[in-house]
Design a binder for this molecule. Sequence first.
Ligand code: ZN
Length: 434
Amino acid sequence: MTAAPTFPIDPADMFALKNWLAAQVSAGSSLRSIDIDEILIGSDVLLELPAVLQRAGTQPGAQVLLVMDETPMLREREDLKPFVQALMDNAGYHVEPLWLKGDQYGLVHADFDQVDFVQASIEPGTALVTLGSGTVTDIAKHAAYLYHQENPGEDPVVYICCQTANSVTAYAANMAVLLKNGVKRTISSRYPTAIIADLRILASAPKAMTLAGLGDCSARFVAWRRTHEGESVVARALLLAGIAQSIVNMSAPISGTEHVISHSLDMIAGHYHHGLALHGAQVGVATLTAAELYQRFLDNFDPRAVDIDATYPNSQHLHAHIRRLFQPIDPSGAMARECWNDYSQQLTLWRRNRAHFEQFCKDWYSIHRSKLASLVSSPQVVHQVLAQAGAPLTPQELEPPISQEEYDFAVHNGHFIRTRFVLSDLLYFLGWLT
Ligand SMILES: [Zn+2]
């Protein structure tokens, strides 16, 4: 591979990271703290798990809940799950495996039933260790968070995250993405006490998972192979992305149009009778679409042609439209209600900020167009990055494949699922998203 791209800050150097943050805060920026004790990235860092537990204050003899799904995993030739259990057993911990059960496709969903299941198994002094990727991480993270909310007199639960794939940004984030009434919601949660990114594990994960991680933080790398070096680059990028969203207290830095497309695909998968494709793989494909939309917007947006009044649609009509859209997918109406709950807030904000939009239109050619152009990658660059790595480029190349009909639904309607204003919201208001 080419030389590993370097990052301005190494997430594995927590001391430097916290110093950098402190400097930003004393210079006046209102960033949140990073409450992670340590992040280990290396070829054998898994072996340090017992020492990490001890540094976190969990001594041998304590109970450790080992949270996992039922997918068999390897660390090179080693059967990973029994290996980790033995590692902690031998160090004197009382390990209790906690298996999360999947749906008819074997897939574990990050929903509140799973969170409740883990939370109910936590006792005073129990430490949590997760051995899994994003879903397992989000479930256990949020269970530890809720347990502490409900038992504020106890010390926060020690929670060590052993990531098993370079697939998502969830590991280092203090937020969890959970299903609420069938809609994916990013909610406040907590940081892990420590993160272990063992490169032998990450390089043994299915290639599709690392490609998904690449898709999730998209156009960052030039070329890489699945060496430990390559995995360590993707691991660092994903961990920094997780930390970035946490210190600004919202997922906005890494979640725009491409994420609402991906989340909508997850929401409608059941209706189309198939399981979910990997989040990051979907995000990669949707990033291509988002890059094309940006390109179209940059090339064609002409504020002089905008009928400003027409960009403020009638709320009641929109509410009825959203109910109609989601009726076939969820006849109970819960999904449409959950969407409207958030989307109606966006409409209110959109109306309230009309003067800003008018100003934006006035300043488009003098200020905003060149600034926006400097921030977004062209579709050609995104395509090249994903293609070189061998990542899926079309919805049909995802696993399971997603039909054009489903994908178009997600592109055209994904923006209805939440409050945050993204490019596809603007395109919808402009009447371009049809
Ligand atoms: Zn993501």
